[in-house]
Design a protein around this ligand. Structure first.
Ligand code: ZN
Ligand code: ZN
Length: 287
């Protein structure tokens, strides 16, 4: 497992110039040229100035522990060391990390037995004791200021997937949870990734049609039952999925049951391919 430094501080992310993609109701912003570049430079200067002023007033804090750090949207050295970033070699399908180098397109034992419906899943970091606070803080404690950093990390870790994707779709949250939690963290991650890559984001392509009981403590089969029939395509946008390669975004990959249910709906709706990118991934020993 590697912990590349660019995960932390690269503000540009991967593939910054993916313009002109045909999207649905895309939220992506396409940078202009000519006059607009002058204005953009101004805006950047002002933003940098604004950040310097803010840094003096509110120095940037480590995304996980709150220690003061040099760069906004970064981790302090000890949190950075504790977190396990994921990278090659992994199972080509589910993204499970391997201990040793393997040939291209190698699958783990579970995927050899039962190939997932999505093509590839990748994640930024391991979901473990070290990363739990970071993820749960984002999920429940309104620490949404981490979203831009997470967007950069997703763009890095999901570079291969971003390259071949046509659009980004977040896993939807049922509206009753949306009310209690106030925002959908998968949608926030999707939006942050869209900003890094300029891929179009279609936040409401998938709809959760019923509230699913908590997935806690369930295995893949239990979770799969739990989410069966839980998702459908938004009828208003369903036509736009045909032939598209969809990058599905969620916060944590646990057993893959939720993203599999979403992928199945997208593929049934005519998507050419579905890949999955998550911020974190549960990695069980002896998979
Ligand atoms: Zn820290
Ligand atoms: Zn696998």
């Amino acid at each position: 497992m590697t912990q590349p430094a660019e995960h932390i501080n690269d503000r540009r992310g991967a593939a910054a110039s993916r313009r002109g993609r045909a999207g649905l109701h895309a939220e992506t912003r396409v940078e202009g040229d000519g006059d607009a570049s002058g204005r953009a430079a101004w805006a950047l200067d002002l933003r940098a100035l604004g950040r310097r002023v803010l840094d003096v007033l509110l120095p940037p804090h480590c995304l996980k522990c709150g220690t003061i750090v040099a760069e906004p949207g970064s981790l302090c050295p000890s949190c950075w060391q504790a977190i396990s970033f994921l990278g090659a070699p992994t199972c080509d399908a589910c993204g499970l990390p391997f201990e040793f180098e393997v040939g291209p397109a190698t699958l783990c034992a579970a995927c050899l037995r039962h190939r997932p419906v999505f093509a590839r899943a990748r994640a930024v970091l391991v979901y473990d004791d070290a990363s739990r606070d970071l993820i749960l803080g984002f999920k429940h404690a309104d620490r949404t200021e981490a979203a831009p950093a997470f967007g950069r990390w997703l763009a890095r870790a999901g570079g291969e997937l971003v390259e071949t994707a046509d659009l980004i779709v977040p896993v939807p949250l049922h509206w009753t949870r949306f009310v209690t939690r106030r925002y959908n963290q998968a949608a926030l991650l999707g939006r942050a990734l869209a900003r890094e890559t300029t891929l179009p984001l279609v936040p409401d392509l998938l709809i959760r049609r019923r509230r699913t009981p908590s997935q806690g403590g369930l295995d893949f089969a239990g979770r799969a039952r739990n989410v069966r029939g839980a998702f459908r395509l938004n009828p208003r946008l369903a036509g736009g999925v045909r032939g598209r390669r969809v990058l599905l975004v969620d916060d944590v990959y646990t057993t893959g049951a939720t993203v599999s249910a979403c992928a199945r709906v997208l593929l049934r709706g005519g998507a050419a391919q579905v890949d999955v990118l998550t911020l974190a991934r549960v990695v069980r020993p002896a998979h």
